[in-house]
Design a protein around this ligand. Structure first.
Ligand code: ATP
Ligand code: MG
Length: 499
């Protein structure tokens, strides 16, 4: 069943479209404005959105842009009461499927929706490929998320690596998904029905790792009271994942090199050579080039492993993936905790996007889980984020020309205040500025408060001038939309008051 979101501030129209669609067996959800629509699309998957243009909070064109950024596959049909060529052109440019003038009969609308969905399914069958990578049994809930160009390249490499049996070395910071890549290669390869065996080389003591990997004969060492097969033999026909390979000793490096070259090994305490057919995938976050230079990692082993390298970029270098990962984990924890969190507020998403993510995706997952515990509403607000994610905000804001003083130039405020005849000095050492509020008492001026008051008044005036339209106000007042929305929230301004 197809899921449709109907977005219109006119409740009567919204409900009549909803009913017509439900009559034709669509699952229908509604939103009263663009902002609510964007939030809903961030929270769940829709096949199609039918949306009005002129709406308070966020208009249909702006919402369309946001929706398409998040989910390029969703079909958006724009409906409007006026025939407005500029809007129509903009809508189509932003990715709208079609632009329809109201009134439109429900039969025509339903027919158009069916046509659009059919056209999409035809396109999908032609272009369907990665990133839907299988991650093996028991991990059907695991999904590879990545819309950034960097991740698309990784998906492409994975599908190529899945077709061959050459060793693979996966590199990347902690938590970037190295293990997930290893699984994806195995479960998309012809070996997918054989075993995928993981061994964490960094977690096993030096004297046990050899027997873990290659097995031992009975009596090979104290405590070896039975013969035991190692992971290599256990993985026969499948794939072995040598995690944290940068941590193995010089002696083990030699033994691994032999397996890679000869495909044979000897169990501990045995002089019997065993031949194996196992694909080797290794991973590490270690700087191999430096380790080769200082002699702690063998160059020949590195080159044997590094025939087909995969590099996973840190999350801070693929920020466009952040909103997708946030959504992915919201869905995931909704299932785990049986909750219905819809999405993250734009403010919260902005904070998350500005954060540098030293622990990468694992850290993002932990932070979303933290929010599930802290948040009591159905949206994740900036207030429920842990303190750590705010530490990079100042740096990010300093890069944002608007939050520095380029739009609201404090020198201009000071000059206008000085030139303004309505500014009064009261004989009591207090200063009153043109916007009428005391920002200085007892001769002490409060710069931050003055700036806030000015900003608020400026935004209110700009909204009035532009009849509460966010897009128009942002353009007219030369404020990036995102900043405008943030300020509107900060000063608790309701754009509807000026609509
Ligand atoms: N692209 C992705 N999409 C969805 N989830 C991901 C993605 N990449 C990683 N994850 C998830 O992030 C977590 C960390 O991934 P993984 O264990 O593969 O990282 P790693 O690089 O092996 O980390 P470490 O170096 O610390 O072992 C896992 O829960 C994994 O499922
Ligand atoms: Mg790992």
């Amino acid at each position: 069943m197809h899921k449709v979101l109907v977005v219109d501030d006119d409740k009567v129209l919204q409900q009549s479209v909803k009913q017509a669609l439900e009559y034709h067996h669509f699952v229908v959800d509604v939103a009263d404005n663009g902002k609510e629509a964007v939030t809903k699309v961030y929270g769940q998957k829709y096949d199609l959105v039918v949306m009005d243009v002129n709406m308070p909070e966020m208009d249909g064109i702006q919402a369309l842009t946001e929706i398409k950024k998040h989910d390029p596959s969703v079909i958006v049909l724009i409906l409007t009461a006026y025939s407005n060529v500029t809007d129509a052109v903009k809508a189509v440019k932003e990715g709208a499927y079609n632009y329809l003038e109201k009134p439109i009969s429900s039969e025509n609308l339903v027919a158009l929706i069916k046509r659009a969905l059919k056209a999409r399914s035809m396109v999908e069958t032609l272009t369907f490929s990665s990133p839907t990578l299988s991650l093996g049994e028991g991990s059907s809930k695991d999904k590879f998320v990545g819309e950034s160009n960097a991740m698309k390249k990784v998906f492409d490499v994975i599908s190529k690596l899945a077709k061959v049996t050459t060793p693979v070395l996966i590199r990347g910071e902690s938590g970037t998904g190295k293990e997930l890549v290893a699984k994806a290669i195995h479960y998309n390869s012809p070996r997918k029905d054989e075993k995928f065996v993981t061994i964490n080389c960094g977690a096993i003591s030096e004297n046990l790792i050899e027997s873990e990997l290659f097995g031992h004969e009975k009596g090979a060492f104290t405590g070896a009271d039975q013969r035991k097969i190692g992971k290599f033999q256990f993985a026969e026909g499948g794939t072995i994942f040598l995690d944290e390979i940068g941590d193995i000793s010089a002696a083990m490096q030699v033994k691994l090199l032999r397996v890679l070259q000869e495909k044979t090994f000897m169990p501990v305490g045995s002089n019997r050579e065993i031949k194996v057919d196992v694909r080797i995938i290794a991973a590490s976050h270690k700087p191999f080039e430096e380790m080769i230079k200082d002699g702690s990692f063998r160059e020949d082993l590195f080159y044997r492993l590094n025939v087909l390298p995969v590099y996973l970029p840190p999350l801070r270098e693929r920020k466009t993936d952040i909103p997708h990962l946030v959504n992915h984990y919201i869905n995931y924890f909704n299932n785990v905790h049986n909750l219905k969190v819809i999405g993250a507020e734009p403010d919260a998403l902005e904070v998350l996007t500005n954060y540098s993510w030293p622990g990468n995706i694992r850290e993002l997952r932990n932070i979303i889980e933290h929010c599930f515990i802290m948040e009591s509403s159905d949206m994740i607000h900036a207030q429920s984020l842990p303190a750590v994610v705010f530490k990079d905000q100042k740096k990010a804001e300093a890069k944002d020309p608007v939050t520095t003083d380029s739009v609201i130039d404090i020198a201009d405020i000071q000059n206008s205040v000085l030139d303004n005849p309505t500014q009064k000095t009261t004989g009591t050492n207090e200063v009153q500025f043109s916007f009428g509020t005391k920002v200085g008492e007892g001769g002490k001026l409060d710069f931050a408060l003055a700036k806030d008051l000015f900003e608020k008044e400026f935004i209110v005036q700009a909204l009035k001038l532009n009849r509460g339209r966010i897009n128009q106000t942002a353009l007219n007042a030369n404020i990036p939309k995102k900043t405008l929305l943030r300020k509107i929230e900060k000063y608790e301004i309701n754009p509807k008051d000026y609509y």
